[in-house]
Design a protein around this ligand. Structure first.
Ligand SMILES: [Zn+2]
Length: 440
């Protein structure tokens, strides 16, 4: 069974990577609703160009309105324009509350949820197709010029252990109302299960959420566990994620982890009992994400170390490969680290050229303590790292779908053994933990 490889749309600068390393790599693209509201023309054209990739979904991002208004405001304290545009599509009570105070469950009582659902469904089904009609490509595509999303995602709210009893009934109602608003010949209907790590580790809360969603008539689910970094997560978080995915997968419904890494890819394959139908990440990593957005930080060059299934700071990767003697010749490097086409062309037979993955420019940046010099990766270095990463992601999805469980698990242990002397026990611990969790 293949594992669907979904990719999150980030910025237009990355749009060419949705056909990288080849056309058809990705099952589909996930768009954030605020971007759809903000740049519908550009996204409509993007989807038409990348039609070969097939499907798309819109994450309705309704949870954005339940947080403190500061979460959705720009630097000046105004609501971000893309979120404001989205609120206009969703109507009241979201529109009148956005930026003023957080949305509460009681704001959605007495028919208000039904209005939001109707507006949200119409937005997902109609807004991009209407914009697709206006693009230049529409002339050539004629009758296939417009395309609805693969599934309509029901409005949803973020569930924590403390709030699950209040928001969960609304999430379930929202799936029911979405189903009622989409005709049988329309797109599929997905629920969205967005929970804190506390919910996945608390068996009672997790089962309550799983049973409530599984009892709906949704055709599938998007799954997102807040800020679950699979490389630093504990065993109970990983086991909880896997248990939740399996519970939602009942009646072989689709379950897509919308921010997942290699552990999730393994869960989706034979190694994890096909607990997910697909996993999404962003072109620039994005294998985990906070529900409440946090600042970006300074970009640094990171090289994906295939056998560690981890993106490692370029300088650390360089040190490890040197200590291992893997940079003595290009052949040794390709045999021991990576033989992808990007690494082959970057090295061009010279292992010294591995430094091109870490190329940077020092720029002056104003900080609290004054002007400081900070090195930023060059655009070329970032693209090399990205291409190498995407080639490996593709291999991982393909491998995890076809390889037997014992082979995949053995490969994790072998990776840990191989790297322990240079990466340290902590640097390889995630591999052994994944193996233990998947075996259990
Ligand atoms: Zn490579």
């Amino acid at each position: 069974m293949s594992i669907e490889h979904w990719m999150f749309f980030g910025t237009f600068a990355q749009k060419d990577f949705f056909e990288y390393p080849q056309q058809g790599t990705y099952a589909g693209v996930i768009l954030n609703a605020n971007m759809v509201a903000h740049a519908p023309g550009g996204l409509a054209a993007f989807l038409q160009e990348k039609r070969a990739g097939g499907k798309y979904l819109i994450d309705p991002l309704t949870h954005a309105f339940q947080h403190d208004p500061s979460v959705i405001s720009d630097g000046e304290g105004e609501t971000k324009s893309s979120i404001r545009s989205l609120a206009e599509h969703y109507g009241d009570p979201i529109l009148s509350l956005a930026g003023k105070r957080p949305l509460r469950p009681k704001d959605l009582a007495g028919g208000a949820l039904s209005d939001v659902v109707k507006n949200c469904v119409a937005f997902q089904r109609e807004y991009l197709p209407a914009n697709m009609k206006e693009t230049d490509a529409a002339k050539y595509l004629e009758d296939q010029a417009t395309q609805e999303p693969y599934a309509v995602v029901a409005p949803y709210f973020f569930l924590t252990e403390a709030t699950v009893d209040h928001w969960l009934p609304l999430c379930v109602d929202s799936v029911r109302l979405t189903r009622a608003a989409v005709p049988p010949d329309g797109p599929r209907v997905f629920g969205s299960v967005v929970v804190s790590q506390g919910v996945v580790t608390d068996r009672v809360a997790r089962e309550k959420v799983a049973q409530a969603f599984a009892s709906t008539s949704a055709d599938g689910f998007l799954l997102w566990v807040d800020n679950l970094d699979e490389q630093s997560a504990g065993g109970s978080e990983l086991a909880g994620l896997m248990a939740l995915a399996h519970a939602l997968r009942s009646r072989s419904r689709e379950v897509i982890n919308i921010h997942g890494g290699y552990f999730s890819v393994l869960v989706a394959g034979a190694a994890g009992g096909n607990g997910m139908s697909g996993v999404a990440h962003g072109p620039e990593f994005g294998e985990f994400r906070s529900v409440v957005p946090v600042g970006g930080g300074i970009p640094i060059a990171r090289y994906y170390v295939p056998k560690l299934h981890a993106r490692v700071r370029y300088r650390d990767a360089l040190r490890m490969f040197r200590e291992k003697g893997w940079l003595e010749t290009a052949d040794v490097f390709h045999e021991s680290v990576c033989n992808c086409s990007e690494c082959q062309s970057t090295l061009g037979g010279d292992p010294g050229r591995f430094t091109l993955f870490g190329e940077g420019n020092a720029k002056s940046v104003r900080r609290r303590q004054g002007i400081v010099r900070i090195e930023f990766p060059t655009r070329e270095a970032s693209q090399r790292c990205l291409k190498h990463y995407l080639q490996w992601k593709r291999r991982e999805y393909v491998q995890a779908a076809i390889a037997p469980k014992d082979k995949l698990l053995l490969e994790l242990v072998e990776g840990a053994q191989l790297f322990e002397d240079v990466a340290g026990l902590d640097g390889v611990a995630h591999l052994r933990l994944w193996e233990t969790v998947l075996k259990g």
